[in-house]
Design a binder for this molecule. Sequence first.
Ligand SMILES: [Zn+2]
Ligand SMILES: [Zn+2]
Length: 398
Amino acid sequence: MASKPGILTDWPWKPLGSFKYVILAPWMAHGTYQFPFLLERMLHNQIWISLSRHRTAKGNNRILDRGIEFEQVDRESNWDDQILLTAILLYMTHWTIPQASHLPFWKTDGVIITVLIHALVVEYIYYWLHRALHHHFLYSRYHSHHHSSIVTEPISSIVHPFVEHIAYAMLFAIPMYTTVLTRTASIASIVAYTTYIDFMNNMGHCNFELIPSRLFTIFPPLKYVMYTPSFHSLHHTQFRTNYCLFMPIYDYIYGTMDESTNATYETSLQKVEDSPDVVHLTHMTTVESIYHLRLGSASLASRHYSPKRYLRIMWPLALASVVWTWTYGHSFVLERNAFKKLKLQSWVIPRYNVHCQNRSKMDHLNANPAKIRPKCQRGIFPANRAQNDAVLHADMAK
Ligand SMILES: [Zn+2]
Ligand SMILES: [Zn+2]
């Protein structure tokens, strides 16, 4: 939360709590064709959340080696507010600007205009807006809310006070409205631009470095037009450097590049997987228990498992997890915990209760201890068959 909340720091629908989705009622009645677009944005964010939790638990290429506090998980649980705001803005746009409806699939001039306006206008205004947000008056009332997260998760990128979201929406609307009003907009330019914003935002806050150095060697000017996760991570630890949106060129021009940017990038790329002292092996119970893994929704993972009707509508996801279980078949790192100097990892064996009741399947698993270890782990778990079996039996017996 902002240290000294100001006007419009809170979202207007905050008092509605879990009933906030009722604000979508008029949109649902008139604009259901926008639903796939909003669903794609939610899914895109969720993929980044799960990937980041898995990778930061494994440890390779991790940028900041610190855990996340409970307060941060609670503070960032309302990340879907941004999607609700998008739905409202889309509805209002189609209501007020008739030419925004029935766009063609592709128009080359609109794509070029979007790229140029983003690089020359949006990035420039954002840079100075961001610097203004770090002035103590605006920082204490608004921007400190985003900076409460030092160790970021992908969703930290869209956790801002309401009025900041309005400012960002106006900023991103500049290329989109320009192309709509000049009749050069297309479905491709709008969807690709929104996906680019979501991708870069999530990537910048994922807390593991994933941009290979080869890319910068092949094309050196890339460092001016694309930031990396370690670049923006430094903004969250140093506060007064690396202000850019996605293109570091303005930090180069105005001298606000962090001096340790390159060193942090190299160190993160070289970071190897964690070697845990203790491993807790666990497995799934029913097909729907996949939703309670911490890699997915933090709010579901924090609750005891019980069958819920609303989870059944997500059956394609459950089905995909079963198919993945059969094809991948290896355990994977779920989470890590540190107890002073003792490092613990939890690994999930992709098997269900039904497998544990089948003696032959259990024997097969115990006869292939390699299947129990995550595929990427190397030499961290003693290849002691008896030890593996003991841990596995003990856990499955629960
Ligand atoms: Zn900032
Ligand atoms: Zn940030």
